[in-house]
Design a protein around this ligand. Structure first.
Ligand code: HDD
Length: 727
């Protein structure tokens, strides 16, 4: 790790607009990073401590003295170690990296990091779930936060997005209601990190603007296989403003290099128990192993005058711009290549804010965005304890910060001089307003309308894009949505809520509503939403165009995501004493060469005695590992080894789960007997030919096998196998 002097950091911050380099944020953080190696224990005051095991007492068996300032200081600090968790997105994981531009957007914006190709702008990214508490599991059904802080040469730009391109509600005034509905119910604080409960679905059934987002959150998008395998979206329409002051509308996208891939629901639930840190662990481990997650930044840019030609309103955050209508222009890449030194200091204390923009990027009148412009700064005041949270190292910009904002809790800077106001004459007017054309100026949009509490009539179509999303899914993906909604509704106690949800679904897709209704004992499948008038004060949408056939968009289905790479894929080798190791060792090396992470799972840890006396080391036991933690399974050959594994229930369920979750399974030689023992042969019997994910191999030669195996693993899951399996 490089060490940076204070002088070096002052150099970094000499001038606004001076380009940073990839390492400048790391260098800045390095000035406040401390290790303990070779150091003596002291109090906060620097007093060396001689005894950290015993408090100060009267006699060996006597009471502890109030005088024991060392114990009091230590315990007081401990008592105050926790800060409030984020009110939403409490659970997260973060990483450092850089953004590198390769296609200049100079024609559209003055934002330097979007104009200067080749410049590497440092970034910090925090991924999160939304509803769960800090200690909840990673793999719950939920939206994932995808927040990026760009430490640009013109100040920090925060793109505080999600892994889904739309949101639940259209106006920020409804956000507290929505979050209250999805969070655990207030009387008993149940359920944790789940939307499968009455209050969430009550809200869904009474707010049809949720329909589009409901399709996303009930789809496999809500169960990302890893953070590196999910898309990111800025959600709102932003503005890019160029040097001539011309504004274009823009939507931001992150496109993952590995493609977007998801877990199945059964898998996700089991992982939540087996390894609640599944996603954050993989982020950490892949960066440590040098397999750095990567995304391309893409933009959909729309001339202002074209915006009115769309059927939907660009200011409505429940709508996408279909990629077929406006293609995504990919302009740069982001690489996450360094784990935080300290979770609390960096990942917990990072403070994102939608209002953190740089010159050349501006807001729009999206009513959800407008509310967010207030909420993020406000929430940090409570969470981080006062107005100086921007002084916390992870939040500091790399360019100079000079203003007259003074004092407050935890002030970290020592301001020299007599003035803290502007204009002044005593300090020669400094710090003074910028006369540079490059300074931030709000886009001078003009308004002529009266003040009202109303929504544009163009926001009233709540169903067309929900139908588009559903229609764009493959039959397997549609089945997952049906199963997900049925699962959730089966946890809803109030029958009338289930009935109302089915009515909402009938406005999205009749088949969807019928399938769900059949599973949750609802018989009335009418699409009549008049109950909205009777039961709530919510307005009935005037324009329900959900019935119209809106076509399809491939970009909405995970089936069309890139499926070439096996980088970071986790592969288990099921082996035992006396297995045939040499083909396994060759396969392992070849798969690792392609970027996969391969582990041997056996009845016991350590080096195994193998039939061919080739060295094979088990790093998991069949009891400690589970196939839900892997993307593919290889069963080693060798008759004695297979006989050892065959009676083991843990091995049978390992294989059966891998099969059920549609993963690639390679069976070597006698290993096929395990398929029979697990009941898989029987299940797959009729369809063996068409299941590319179930590979049986005889003999020691594995050269020809590798390409097939890698292709099958890169397919992610062999969902068509689902057709064989009843739920
Ligand atoms: Fe939010 C956190 C994303 C609507 C209020 N939000 C937060 C985070 C993400 C998002 C990724 C976690 C940031 C981090 O890792 O620290 N939020 C979104 C998206 C939205 C959205 C994509 C819709 C397009 N949010 C939204 C609204 C409001 C908030 C409408 C309030 C009116 N969000 C917050 C917050 C949080 C937050 C209360 C909690 C912790 C924090 O801000 O720093 O201010």
């Amino acid at each position: 790790m490089k060490t940076a002097t204070r002088e070096a950091v002052h150099k970094i911050a000499k001038k606004v607009g001076e380009p940073a380099s990839e390492d400048t944020k790391t260098d800045q953080l390095e000035t406040v990073t401390e290790g303990v190696d070779g150091k003596t224990l002291t109090t906060q005051q620097g007093l060396e401590i001689a005894d950290n095991q015993n408090s100060l007492k009267i006699g060996e068996r006597g009471p502890t003295l109030l005088e024991d300032f060392m114990m009091r200081e230590k315990i007081t600090h401990f008592d105050h170690e926790r800060i409030p968790e984020r009110v939403v997105h409490a659970r997260g994981a973060g990483a450092h990296g850089y953004f590198e531009l390769y296609d200049s957007l100079g024609a559209y914006t003055t934002a330097a990091f979007l104009c200067e190709t080749g410049v590497k702008t440092p970034v910090f990214v925090r991924f999160s779930t939304v509803a769960g508490s800090r200690g909840s599991a990673d793999t719950v059904r939920d939206v994932r936060g995808f927040a990026t802080k760009f430490y640009t040469s013109q100040g920090n730009f925060d793109l505080v997005g999600n892994n889904m391109p739309v949101f639940f509600i259209q106006d920020a005034i409804k956000f507290p209601d929505f979050i209250h509905a999805v969070k655990p119910e207030p009387h008993n604080e149940i359920p944790q990190a789940q939307s499968a409960h009455d209050t969430f679905w009550d809200f869904v059934s009474l707010n049809t603007e949720l329909s589009h987002m409901l399709m996303w959150v009930m789809s496999d998008r809500a169960l990302p296989r890893s953070f590196a395998m999910m898309e990111g979206f800025g959600v709102h329409t932003f503005r890019l403003v160029n040097a001539e002051g011309i504004s274009h509308f823009v939507k931001f996208h992150w496109k993952p290099k590995l493609g977007a891939h998801s877990l199945s629901w059964d898998e996700a639930q089991k992982i939540a128990g087996k390894d609640p840190d599944f996603n954050r662990r993989e982020l950490w481990e892949s960066i440590e192993a040098g397999q750095c997650p990567e995304w391309e930044l893409g933009l959909q840019i729309v001339a202002e005058h074209d915006a009115d030609t769309f059927e939907f309103d660009l200011l409505d955050p429940t709508k996408i711009i279909p990629e077929e209508l406006v293609p995504v222009r990919r302009v740069g890449r982001m690489v996450l290549n360094r784990n935080p030194e300290n979770y609390f200091a960096e990942t917990e204390q990072v403070a994102f804010c939608v209002a953190n923009v740089v010159p050349g990027i501006d807001f729009t009148n999206d009513p959800l965005m407008q509310g967010r412009l207030f909420s993020y700064l406000d929430t940090q005041l409570l969470r981080l304890g006062g107005p100086n949270f921007a002084h916390i190292p992870i939040n500091r910009p790399l360019c100079p910060v000079n203003n007259n904002q003074r004092d407050g809790f935890q002030q970290q800077r020592v301001f020299r001089g007599r003035t803290s106001y502007e204009p002044n004459s005593i300090s020669r007017g400094c710090p003074m307003q910028s006369g540079d054309a490059s300074a931030f100026r709000s886009y001078p949009e003009t308004f002529t309308e009266p003040k009202v509490r109303k929504r544009s009539a163009r926001f009233a179509d709540h169903f067309t894009q929900a139908t588009l999303f559903y229609a764009s899914q493959t039959p397997v993906e549609q089945k997952h949505i049906i199963d997900a909604i049925a699962f959730e509704l089966s946890h809803v106690e109030e029958e009338r809520i289930r009935e109302r949800v089915v009515r909402v679904l009938a406005n999205i897709d009749r088949g969807l509503a019928e399938n769900v209704a059949a599973k949750v004992a609802v018989t009335d499948i009418s699409d009549d939403l008049n109950y909205l008038k009777e039961e709530t004060t919510a307005p009935l949408p005037d324009d329900r165009r959900g019935a119209a056939a809106p076509g399809q968009s491939q970009a909405l289905s995970l089936a069309y995501q890139p499926q070439q790479s096996i980088e970071t894929r986790r592969i288990a080798i099921l082996a035992a004493e006396n297995c045939l190791a040499s083909p396994i060792v060759s396969l392992k090396a070849a798969l690792e060469e392609l970027g996969a992470v391969v582990a041997v799972v056996a009845p016991r840890l350590g080096a195994l005695q193998t039939a061919d006396e080739v060295n094979l080391e088990a790093t998991y036991t069949t009891e400690s590992a589970d196939s839900v933690l892997f993307d593919a399974v290889i069963v080693a050959g060798g008759a004695t080894a297979v006989e050892t594994l065959k009676p083991m229930i843990s091995v049978r369920s390992f294989l059966l789960d891998a099969f059920r979750h549609c993963k690639t399974i390679l069976v070597m030689d006698e290993g096929t007997r395990l398929l029979t023992a697990a009941g898989i042969s029987e299940l797959s019997m009729n369809d063996k030919q068409s299941d590319e994910g179930l590979i049986v191999h005889d003999g020691p030669e594995v050269e020809n096998l590798i390409a097939n195996l890698a292709r099958a693993i890169a397919r992610h899951r062999h969902w068509q196998r689902r057709a064989l399996l009843s739920p």
